[in-house]
Design a protein around this ligand. Structure first.
Ligand SMILES: Nc1ncnc2c1ncn2[C@@H]1O[C@H](COP(=O)(O)OP(=O)(O)OP(=O)(O)O)[C@@H](O)[C@H]1O
Length: 281
């Protein structure tokens, strides 16, 4: 699928310099895709070249949140130019099927598609690749994590006890797969009223911190619940791009800076897995 040389990930049509980040969540709806797109935008704002693979096949929402309108363009059967929005290249199952079309994906099929996304897409020189994983700890996220052992897992949770509990399983899964845990992002940490600015911890407090402590990792940031984020996600205008000075955008940029300041480079000792499975099974 790829190889690691001089601490870089070398792809068929490109390279990744600094990191592969698998964005995971214990359950759906906690804002994993919103975090993926806005974090990608924050990294791009800092000057990094970013690609996104939307592997959340059942709920692919990256194209909508990022505002992708173009389709991928095939140069040949083995080389596809991904759509690019505001400097971010993104590929999704949603690029190949309509948003409302039901797709029955099974894990091997997804793994085959993932391999193609790594191999056949003309990514060019990237600094970061973000992978929006399917939610939960089922076969699908597990298979992807296994195939990309150089990825680090970023866990997105809400502060609610049930959400943090299931997100804790992601930590256990990442450990099993020998993935490094990059940290925890607590989304919907508090509600910020747009009218009066009042702060309300509607889903409880400190769940993200407790989860990070439990997993022995860092709480990278706490993002407020604000309706503008939802509105902007629905219309393909990520808040970090348009309003970088807002409270939530600043938190995203802070998280991006923490990530960017870490030591870059991939471990050459880890062997990328070769895929030999029949993707049509
Ligand atoms: N901080 C936030 N403030 C307001 N709305 C948010 C915030 N984060 C996410 N949302 C909204 O919550 C909903 C779920 O978010 P999103 O699609 O990112 O979740 P997800 O974890 O990727 O879900 P799934 O994995 O089930 O696809 C969306 O409508 C999104 O706009």
């Amino acid at each position: 699928m790829y190889e690691v040389k001089d601490k870089k990930v070398i792809l068929e049509h490109g390279s990744i310099n600094k990191g592969i980040i698998a964005v995971a969540s214990g359950k759906g709806g906690v804002g994993k895709s919103t975090v993926t797109v806005n974090l990608a935008t924050a990294l791009a704002k800092l000057g990094y070249k970013v690609g996104i693979i939307d592997a959340d096949v059942r709920g692919f929402s990256v194209p909508r949140i990022l505002g992708v309108v173009d389709k991928p363009k095939a140069v040949s059967e083995k080389e596809i130019i991904p759509p690019e929005v505001r400097g971010i290249k993104a590929i999704s199952m949603g690029s190949f099927v309509g948003e409302n079309e039901p797709v029955i994906w099974r894990a091997p099929l997804l793994t085959g598609a993932l391999e193609q996304f790594f191999k056949d897409i003309r990514w060019g020189k990237l600094d970061y690749m973000l992978i929006d994983l399917p939610p939960g700890t089922g076969d699908m996220p597990l298979n992807i994590m296994q195939k990309v052992p150089h990825a680090e897992t970023l866990v997105v949770t809400t502060p609610q006890v049930t959400a943090t509990k299931v997100a804790g399983r992601i930590g256990a899964m990442a450990e099993k797969m020998d993935h490094e845990i990059l940290g925890v992002v607590e989304n919907m940490a508090y509600y910020r009223c747009e009218e009066c600015g009042h702060k309300d911890y509607i889903f409880g407090k400190d769940g993200g911190k407790d989860l990070a402590d439990f997993m022995g990792t860092e709480l990278l940031g706490q993002l407020p619940l604000i309706s503008e984020v939802r509105r902007r996600s629905d219309s393909g205008n990520p808040i970090v791009f348009d309003k970088p000075d807002s409270e939530i955008s600043q938190e995203f940029i802070k998280i991006a800076k923490i990530i960017a300041e870490r030591e870059a480079g991939f471990d050459e000792e880890i062997e990328p897995l070769k895929l030999n499975m029949d993707v049509n099974k």
